[in-house]
Design a protein around this ligand. Structure first.
Ligand SMILES: *[C@@H]1O[C@H](CO)[C@@H](O)[C@H](O)[C@H]1NC(C)=O
Ligand SMILES: *[C@@H]1O[C@H](CO)[C@@H](O)[C@H](O)[C@H]1NC(C)=O
Length: 316
């Protein structure tokens, strides 16, 4: 190694003209780099998510972000959510009624953008001999995107409208499906009804392309006892209610009872093929928030719930 370096240094020293710089770029190379900008030679159909690695993070209150869906996508979040309100047959998206506008609908903020990305990830060309079902991630086309739809207005009518609104994704075969109550096929998008989604509109349906967000801390209650990953690929609960209020912001962040509760809940879910997600984890102080995230990852949660996406990325 040393002798090679000495040799290289000797060769470089012997070269006429200015010495090469590692990572340096000549003006003619700079000019080429600049001018490839819009050339077709340097783009490819599925490159929109080229540099992104999906991370097991749920973009909490995603519809509040500057660019719903796209912001979470740009950070690599493999899960997103929308609160939906049904008025006159249209599903509007927003945290509460005062946040609703005629333009912000499930279709405009989520269904259309998701469809657009998936059409880019599944191009047709002379090179493709059979249709693809790539997910949104160019780096991980098998990775599904979890999409939690939080039903805010009356459960039955609203969830029925959600099922119908999914038609453009269904038609293209982009949804994860269950057939015959037992065969799960993972598609690019996995729809999970939450909020007021009625369990009986999901669990007993043998052929469907939507799932149910079961209550993680109550999986052993009689009404949830039969639920498995075919009904609830992910179950969620309020962290503070299910695990307890935190009293310290130092490691270990959980006391023995809290850690035992957490492990019980995650293990109960895992045994049934269900992934765990906790919401209402602390966001302040930052040190406490981060210790909770690390503890949850170490203990095997399936999705981390996060508001500050840049901060959560630093944990991976
Ligand atoms: C729903 O329709 C009724 C009757 O046309 C109308 O008065 C009302 O403003 C509509 N509500 C919304 C939220 O569009
Ligand atoms: C379900 O999967 C099993 C095993 O892979 C297969 O034999 C069966 O045909 C599938 N059923 C349906 C309805 O796709």
């Amino acid at each position: 190694m040393i002798s090679q370096l000495v040799l290289l240094t000797a060769v470089v020293a012997a070269l006429p003209g200015p010495k090469p710089v590692i990572g340096g770029i000549t003006s003619s190379l700079q000019s080429i780099l600049k001018n490839t900008h819009n050339s077709k030679d340097y783009g490819y159909p599925t490159d929109i998510t080229r540099d992104l690695l999906p991370i097991p993070v749920h973009s909490h209150n995603d519809y509040w972000r500057e660019r719903p869906f796209y912001t979470g996508l740009s950070k690599g979040c493999s899960s997103t959510e929308a609160d939906v309100w049904l008025y006159n047959g249209t599903l509007y998206v927003g945290h509460d009624q005062s946040a609703l506008t005629p333009e912000r609908t499930l279709q405009s903020l989520y269904i259309n953008p998701i469809l657009d990305i998936l059409e880019r990830q599944n191009p047709t060309s002379a090179f493709i001999t059979s249709p693809t079902k790539n997910g949104v991630w160019d780096t991980a086309p098998e990775q599904t995107l979890y999409f939690f739809i939080d039903v805010k207005t009356s459960g039955r009518e609203t969830f029925q409208a959600v099922i119908e609104a999914l038609e453009p994704l269904r038609e293209k075969g982009y949804l994860s499906t269950v057939r015959d109550g037992k065969n799960l096929t993972n598609g690019p998008i996995t729809i999970i009804g939450t909020g007021d989604t009625p369990l009986d509109m999901v669990a007993p349906v043998l052929d469907r392309d939507y799932f149910f967000d079961a209550p993680l801390a109550n999986l052993n209650d009689p009404i949830y006892a039969a639920i498995d990953g075919l009904v609830s690929p992910v179950a969620s609960t309020d962290f503070e209610q299910a695990v307890g209020k935190l009293t310290v912001d130092t490691d270990p962040i959980l006391n023995d009872d809290q850690l035992r509760a957490l492990r019980d809940q995650i293990a109960t879910a895992k045994k049934r093929g269900i992934g765990a997600r906790y919401w209402n984890t602390p966001y302040w102080p930052v040190r406490q928030r981060n210790l909770v995230w690390r503890t949850l990852l170490r203990e095997g949660v399936f999705l981390l719930n996060a508001d500050d996406l840049d901060a959560v990325i630093a944990e991976f």
